[in-house]
Write a protein that binds this ligand. Structure first.
Ligand code: ATP
Ligand code: MG
Length: 230
């Protein structure tokens, strides 16, 4: 079991491959203090999602270690690790049910007022209020009735409500209209506050929000710094 995390993440000499003899990451070192946000950038196949996968322990590190507050994440249960990590993936996970239940997913005890407060904070409330049944509107598993941007805002509300110490976000690549984009950027700022975050970033506006930018190329960190430095 893991105590409530502070949120320092340290990646030490990590090399990893999904297949033998095809390394996806080579000798990665990264030290992220609690509360800071990291934008991961680089060409397709450079290893951005792989870093995120290892932090969430979707795979076990083959070489080196990933430490959360100094503890090797292989030494704690998957459940206690994941309970501290909010995960927002490219293909946002939406299940059949109401909008309310979707937002409340990680916090079944949350009241209707909690749900609405989270939705307001990430500016999802506006579009939800416009739906025929508001928070009681039923959505389908694929979330077809919602746009990509709306799904992203919904997943932000869910993550905010769950309030994890660590946030992992694989940004949607699909095109989003300018107004929604603006909303997502504001929402992101709210969501990142006070958490350690790793964002696979595809938008320049997202990269600007990050405290640290890490550039990957063929599984290696080739550059690191803040927006002004790079
Ligand atoms: P993108 O911008 O396209 O999402 P990425 O930077 O996230 O790219 P990764 O998904 O981390 O890249 O992939 C790194 C390397 O690992 C690539 O060579 C990729 O082909 C390989 N890879 C990724 N996932 C798997 C998998 N599930 N099985 C085998 N190889 C994989
Ligand atoms: Mg990826």
């Amino acid at each position: 079991k893991l105590p409530k995390a502070e949120g320092n993440i340290r990646i030490e000499n990590v090399s990893f491959g999904y297949e033998a003899d095809r390394p996806a990451l080579k000798g990665i070192n990264l030290d992220v203090k609690a509360g800071l946000s990291v934008a991961l950038v680089g060409h397709t196949g450079s290893g951005k999602s792989t870093i995120v996968n290892l932090i969430c322990r979707f795979y076990d590190t083959v070489e080196g270690r990933v430490l959360l507050d100094g503890i090797d994440i292989r030494d704690v249960t998957i459940d206690s690790l994941r309970s501290q990590i909010g995960i927002v993936l490219q293909d946002t996970f939406i299940f059949s049910g109401t909008i309310r239940d979707n937002i409340r997913y990680g916090r079944p005890d949350a009241t209707d007022a909690d749900v609405e407060a989270a939705a307001r904070a990430v500016r999802a409330h506006e579009f939800i209020a416009d739906l025929p049944n508001g928070y009681d509107t039923e959505v389908e598993e694929r979330g077809n009735a919602l746009s990509v941007g709306q799904r992203q805002l919904l997943s932000f509300a869910r993550a905010l409500l769950a309030n994890p110490r660590i946030l992992v976000l694989d940004e949607a690549t699909a095109s989003i209209d300018t107004e929604t984009e603006l909303r997502i950027q504001e929402a992101l700022a709210t969501l990142l506050k006070g958490r350690t975050s790793f964002i696979v970033a595809h938008r320049l506006s997202t990269i600007r929000h990050a405290d640290m930018i890490v550039v990957l190329d063929h599984g290696v960190i080739v550059d690191q710094g803040n927006h002004d430095e790079l």
